[in-house]
Structure formats: structure tokens, C-alpha cells
Design a protein. Structure first.
Length: 417
């Protein structure tokens, strides 16, 4: 060891202290991050900083634009696949100057990173040796933190599942256990369920946490994964009126996850609640949205919030009731008989017309017929049934009968839309 090399065989009371020690030795700015690119230590500002480092320190996390830019350039892949420090040229598109960097690993798992600003004065070999020694200390620190965090996450997850399964009978009991586990329950909350077309692994959960942590408006309190579902309890950091903001948040979340993970996602979200004894009911409400999306993908495609569910909430119950009955809808019978005998499409015509909110132009385009032809069919339907689609009772009843008795056929008609 040369005289200019720091002593690493001593206790560091913080990662800032370690960053300052490295910085003093190399006369360069140093940033230490965990695996999620959160800053856990950085050296003091005695030198000029580039935009990437300034925004990282201000936000306590590397901005997504910087991470994405480095991944597009292949920098992160190179860093994460190299067991020793490497020199990284400037990537000015994201405001990053030259760096000496190292990825800190434990077996196959990434624990964190050390970044040293390279202004051209880092001695070859010496600087790499300093960073590699420091990486050992950071690795031990992060492993210790991970052990504590894993235990904390397990406690939170167990508590969350107890809420979802009505384990607690009273609100005071819930708050007592939350306090004992150092869980700060927000005044109000929502429960959301995200469903992916792929199994949800630890990497997906980690990425989801990153997206939520980058949001300034929401707080993620609980998250748990079950097969291809992610179940979350979150709150807004300010009062929310109406459903527009909540729907916008859920849509944006789905878009970000689709963009980063390349999977197809659907979601359902409960209304806001204050009583945590209602968590199980909120969970069922979020699940009911997903159930509807599976039963009738086209018709429920825009549903996200239970508050907007309307009459759709009763469709599964109607379907279940109809399964136990052998007698089918008398309203549909004359039309089905006409279709069978004359090879007409009156059931499809009325299904499309009602699904498209009675819009003649859109319905005719969907059916690939002229508007006049559609008008003729609707008039014939009225003649055959003796009922007018202008009658609310008939219109509602036959629409529900089509959706709940001809479900498979309806889904085939709309599957390519």
C-alpha cells in the first residue's frame, strides 16, 4: 500500500464517510448506490459536478433517463458483467462525464455500484485498486442492510395478507399490530391488483418498486406477488377528489411497466378506504374488475376502477344464476330461431348495435353493411319480437341476456376489435 492509499481496515460510520475517504485519496467525486440506483453515500462538493451527478444527488437516485441512456449504450451491461472497475467514456446525451465505475456483486446478485468522476487525473491501477477495496466494504454494508430489509419486508407482507384475508376483527387490533411492526398506516388507501401475461418474479417487483418510488404523488405501503398477479396497497400524499387522477395514475403505471418489462398487463383498483377492516372487501373489488375483463374482454376493456363499474358488477352473478337454469331467455328465442331458419345475423346485429351505444354509423361499419341495411335489420327485429329498442326495459334486458347467455359468441365477434 502506498502512502496516498486510504486505510480500509477501519470502521466507517456511514457510506458518506467511505465516499469522502475514497474522494480524498483520488481527488475526485464519488457516488455510492444500491442495486436500485438509490444514493447511499456521496462525497462532498469540493469539485465541479456534471449534470448527471447533480441530478442524482438532488433526487437521491439516478434519474431514469440516465439509466435508460446508459443501457442503450451498453454501458450498464458491460459494467454488470465485469468483476472489476472499468473506465467509462462520457455519455453526454444524458449529461454523464467520464467515470471509473464498479458493480458490486454477491455471487450472482447485484448489490450496488461505485462511481468516480474521471477528470483525467485518476492514476491507472492505483484508482482501480482503491475502488475495488472500497467495494468490499460497500458489499458487506449492503448485505447487512439487505438482511434487515428482507426481514422487514417479510413482516410487512405477512401483515398485508392478514388484511386481505380478514384476519383482524377490529380496527384497533389492526392499528396495534401495525404500530408494533413500525408500520405507519396512511389516513386513506387504495388496493390495486395488476395481472401480467407472464409470471411475476423478484426482478419485476423490484422494477415496480422503482417506478413507484420515482413518483412524488403516491406512497406504496405494501406489495406482494402471487403467480402472475401483483397486489398493492398505496395512498396519495394529498387529498384526491373524483376518479380522474386515480385512473390516470393506474394507466400510467401500466404503460411504464409494459414499456420496461415487455408484458401485457391489466389492472383493477378499489375505491379509497379509511378503515383497514375494509381491506379484504377492497381486494375483492379490485379482483372483480379483472374477472370482468376475462369474461368480456372487449366490453370491459376500459374498466380500471371499481367506482366506475356500474351494472357490470352484477354480470358475473347473472351468469352464475343462468348456469343453474335450463330455460334460456325468451327475449332471445324468436331472434335465434329466425337466425337459424333464415341464416340471418339478427343476434349479432343487436349485440353490436347495443355494444356501440346505439351508434348507427359505427355499428354499420363494424358489421360491414350500409346504414340503411342496419336500419332495415333493426326494424325487422322490432317486427319479429314485437318490442322496440327505444324501450329501456327491453333494451337493457336483451343486452344483458346476450352478454350472459351468448358470451363466447360475443367475445368471438369482438375479439379482433
Amino acid at each position: 500500500m502506498t502512502e496516498s492509499e486510504p486505510l480500509f481496515d477501519r470502521f466507517f460510520d456511514s457510506m458518506e464517510s467511505l465516499a469522502d475517504t475514497i474522494s480524498e485519496s483520488l481527488q475526485a467525486q464519488v457516488t455510492i448506490e444500491d442495486s436500485n440506483h438509490h444514493v447511499i453515500g456521496y462525497s462532498s462538493h469540493q469539485f465541479e459536478s456534471d449534470p448527471a451527478r447533480i441530478s442524482t444527488i438532488i433526487g437521491k437516485r439516478v434519474p431514469n433517463t440516465v439509466i435508460i441512456g446508459l443501457r442503450k449504450k451498453g454501458v450498464m451491461q458491460q459494467l454488470e458483467n465485469t468483476p472489476h472497475p472499468i473506465r467509462i467514456p462520457a455519455v453526454m446525451e444524458v449529461g454523464l462525464g467520464p467515470r471509473l465505475a464498479m458493480c458490486i456483486r454477491h455471487q450472482q446478485e447485484i448489490l450496488g455500484y461505485i462511481w468516480v468522476v474521471d477528470s483525467g487525473d485518476l492514476a491507472e491501477g492505483h484508482a482501480e485498486r482503491i475502488v475495488e477495496q472500497a467495494a468490499g466494504i460497500v458489499g458487506r454494508y449492503l448485505l447487512k442492510q439487505r438482511g434487515w430489509k428482507t426481514k422487514q419486508e417479510k413482516t410487512h407482507e405477512d401483515f398485508f395478507w392478514k388484511l386481505l384475508t380478514s384476519h383482524y376483527e377490529t380496527e384497533p387490533r389492526i392499528r396495534q399490530e401495525a404500530e408494533a411492526s413500525s408500520i405507519l398506516l396512511p389516513e386513506s388507501y387504495y388496493i390495486g391488483v395488476l395481472e401480467s401475461d407472464k409470471s411475476i418474479d423478484d426482478r419485476f417487483v423490484q422494477r415496480f418498486r422503482q417506478i413507484m418510488e420515482a413518483s412524488a404523488a403516491q406512497r406504496l405501503l405494501f406489495v406482494t406477488a402471487e403467480h402472475n398477479r401483483l397486489i398493492i396497497l398505496f395512498s396519495f400524499l394529498f387529498p384526491v377528489e373524483g376518479t380522474e387522477l386515480l385512473a390516470s395514475f393506474v394507466r400510467k403505471l401500466l404503460q411504464q411497466l409494459h414499456s420496461s418489462e415487455g408484458c401485457r398487463l391489466t389492472a383493477g383498483c378499489s375505491p379509497g378506504y379509511r378503515e383497514y377492516t375494509s381491506a379484504a372487501a377492497a381486494y375483492r373489488e379490485a379482483l372483480s374488475i379483472l374477472e370482468l375483463k376475462k369474461l368480456l374482454p372487449y366490453h370491459a376493456r376500459h374498466l380500471l376502477l371499481y367506482e366506475d363499474i356500474g351494472f357490470w358488477a352484477y354480470v358475473p352473478a347473472i351468469m352464475e344464476q343462468k348456469r343453474s337454469r335450463t330455460r334460456r331467455s325468451p327475449l332471445l328465442y324468436p331472434l335465434k330461431e329466425h337466425d337459424r331458419e333464415h341464416k340471418s345475423d339478427f343476434i349479432k346485429t343487436i349485440a353490436v348495435y347495443l355494444s356501440l351505444n346505439g351508434n348507427l354509423k359505427e355499428s354499420a361499419a363494424f358489421l360491414h353493411i350500409h346504414t340503411n341495411t342496419l336500419m332495415y335489420r333493426l326494424n325487422r327485429i322490432a317486427e319479429i319480437t314485437g318490442k322496440s329498442l327505444k324501450e329501456t326495459d327491453y333494451r337493457t334486458s336483451i343486452y344483458l341476456d346476450i352478454l350472459t347467455e351468448e358470451t363466447a359468441q360475443v367475445n368471438r365477434w369482438f375479439q379482433e376489435v
